[in-house]
Design a protein around this ligand. Structure first.
Ligand SMILES: Cc1cc2nc3c(=O)[nH]c(=O)nc-3n(C[C@H](O)[C@H](O)[C@H](O)COP(=O)(O)OP(=O)(O)OC[C@H]3O[C@@H](n4cnc5c(N)ncnc54)[C@H](O)[C@@H]3O)c2cc1C
Length: 409
């Protein structure tokens, strides 16, 4: 079912005063919790975000690519449709956020080059081109000489290139910072608290401290005891930790941490790259995402190793090796950061957004490798669920109840 444009919906709700009575507690202040909280606040809700480390999860590690075509894989049509819809929402989302926060949101819209290091890698490109052509996506095959005219820093030894226009990137840390300001400017509040949904009489009535309130990690000395945040609706947006918090209520939300290691480089010369560059390098993937401040983000591993936040020598080695093979002058760049983040991954690669099956609780998590890309569509869907409005198009595949209950296991 489609709806009116979200902006129209918000203004109509604010003007009618319908949503001013709704109190919402949002557990988790990553990109998903923050984007949802902001849109709820814009719709007139009274919002409280609970998180002991706002934007410190996967959002902190993310490269910020908004690249639905590059991410497309066979058999994932629902994700491609949702990603494309959300990518289309990003320009208005960024403009509104800039207006609300007073901070510029740098949505870089230069597109993607997908390059191959050798002839076997070229087969990977050919497969992606066939997939995109099948879905009628704009994609152009270029010889590597032509690719170097677009990005002169690319190695002269590449075997082939695809150009995918209409893709973009943001800096997720800056977006999260702007969202915090925008939420506060709309009357929203933040509480630095590890929280869980509070169940009373088979209904979620808000968020309560998730550990003993006397623990120092929750209650700094001299502060009042943490108390519950009462709410009409609670949004559970705790990234990979959502699964455990939902299990505590008897709900089955299968989200696992999928580790990604990522580097930040500062090249000696500015503007080494303009576009996002993705590469297949002797069978391994690497991407390079240029920031407007001159940094280049190099990522990322994808490791099913549980909630392990360590950065490993092998991953740093492989990422640097592959990045330098594609853009040789990066060997002179300063390595300014190495980070690991835990993506909230689901078994079917689709996020989990919607009513949980317990009254008063909406889930918004499980965005895997696409949480930045899917944030605008997710936030629209959360507003619709909280306020009982029709769902935005393409969000209907996100229903948390598709996984059944714990009793089904
Ligand atoms: C290396 C890497 C690169 C990536 N690159 C991209 C990219 O280019 N494009 C893209 O679209 N996506 C990318 N992603 C994926 C993206 O980062 C995630 O999908 C997204 O951050 C998920 O957002 P989230 O808010 O659900 O989770 P998170 O960002 O992990 O935030 C969850 C928040 O919940 C809080 N929390 C947890 N438990 C509790 C609790 N009990 N009480 C209160 N708060 C709690 C945490 O402190 C955290 O702040 C990348 C991820 C990684 C790791």
């Amino acid at each position: 079912m489609t709806t009116a444009a979200p902006q129209d919906r918000h203004s109509a709700l604010v003007e009618s005063g319908v949503s001013t009575r709704v109190r919402v507690a949002v557990i988790g202040g990553g990109i998903i919790g923050l984007a949802s909280a902001w849109q709820l606040a814009r719709a007139g809700c009274q919002v409280t975000v609970l998180d002991p480390g706002v934007a410190g999860g996967a959002t902190h590690a993310a490269a910020g690519m908004i690249t639905p075509s590059s991410e497309a894989t066979f058999g994932q049509e629902a994700l491609l449709a949702a990603s494309t819809a959300s990518a289309g929402r990003w320009p208005a989302f960024a403009a509104d956020l800039a207006a609300d926060s007073g901070l510029p949101i740098d949505l870089r819209r230069e597109g993607t080059l997908f390059v191959a290091a050798d002839h076997d890698d070229e087969q990977v490109l050919a497969r992606q081109a066939r997939l995109l052509e099948r879905y009628h996506r704009a994609v152009e095959r270029l010889p590597s000489r032509a690719a170097r005219r677009l990005e002169p820093a690319l190695s002269p030894r590449l075997a082939g290139c695809l150009v995918i226009e209409d893709e973009s990137a943001v800096d997720p840390r800056r977006v999260a910072h702007a969202l915090r300001i925008a939420i506060t400017s709309r009357g929203g509040e933040f509480r630095p608290l590890l929280a869980r949904p509070e169940l009373r009489d088979r209904r979620i009535v808000g968020a309560e401290p998730a550990v003993e309130p006397t623990r120092r990690s929750v209650e700094p000395v001299g502060h009042a005891r943490p108390h519950s945040s009462h709410a009409d609706v609670t949004v559970l947006a705790a990234g990979w930790a959502t699964s455990g918090l939902a299990a505590h209520l008897g709900l089955r939300v299968p989200i696992r941490p999928l580790k990604g290691q990522v580097l930040r480089l500062r090249p000696a010369a500015p503007d080494v790259l303009h576009r996002i560059v993705r590469a297949s390098v002797h069978g391994r993937f690497v991407y390079l995402v240029p920031r407007s401040d001159g940094e280049v983000v190099v990522g990322a591993t994808s490791e099913d190793v549980g909630a392990d936040p360590s950065v490993t020598a092998g991953a740093v080695h492989d990422l640097l090796h592959d990045a330098i093979e594609i853009v040789p002058e990066l060997s002179e760049a300063a390595l300014v950061e190495s980070t690991a983040g835990l993506r909230p991954a689901t078994p079917d690669n689709l996020p989990v957004v919607g009513p949980s099956g317990v009254d008063g609780l909406v889930v918004a998590a499980g965005h895997g490798r696409d949480g930045i890309l899917l944030a605008p569509l997710t936030a629209d869907a959360v507003v619709a669920h909280v306020l009982g409005l029709p769902q935005p198009e393409h969000a209907d595949h996100f229903d948390p109840r598709r996984f059944g209950t714990q009793e089904d296991e």
